[in-house]
Ligand binder design. Sequence first.
Ligand code: GLN
Length: 248
Amino acid sequence: MVVLNMVLGDNKPRVFLLKKPVSTAVIGVLDLQGGVFEHLDHLQRLGITGIRVKELADFVNLAGLIIPGGESTCLSRLLHIYGEIREIIIQQFQRGMKIWGTCAGAILLARSVVGELSHLGLIDIEIERNTFGSQLGSFTSEAVIPSVSSQPVPLTFIRAPKITRVGKGVDVLLRMEDYIAAAESPDVLVTVFHPELTGCVAFHRYFAHKCGLELPDDTTAIDPTWNNKSWTRFTRIAYRTRQMRSRC
Ligand code: GLN
């Protein structure tokens, strides 16, 4: 990502992102807890280099960062323990790194969390955790989200939160019944559902564009070669199993 730091008339530094070919850009997935490999799988399907982000050095030159779904209390405790990771997320964000939070990731990014202290507070939304009840209140649905894809997008909600309010400068991408399911500011994308748990690559493409990546002109929303075990090719267990099979 080419970043130009410029000082304009009001003396405030502004960051300008120039389009960068997908072959040289990197999107990181925060690897503290949650669905990391599922996002890496989707990035790879689009030809994007995705990396697991665990240490300070991993943040160098990231065009964007995905904070995956998982459990926001656990993630926020880890961010508290590894305070330097929290600091560098904020620092890189201020330097132009875009961020997408899915579900628990969206909770971490919200400026206000109902009944709790907020965590990173990088987008002006209010979010309420576990508003559909227990894990048994998880469900799937489908919607057309015109800014993201002209085709219907499958939606998977897992003990999802609801976005209850968006502030100035935040656009609603998907409103459902009494809540908001996806929203964005110029620098942050939040979804309370999990595109990485479906064959839908439209949100990952949308985020890549937001990060300034130049992707081939392809508007296909669903990758038909995806299945719910695709992500296991990134895991050591899948690797070992393959090795064991080849030895037999
Ligand atoms: N219920 C979780 C929380 O409040 C979020 C669930 C998810 O990320 N799928 O943190």
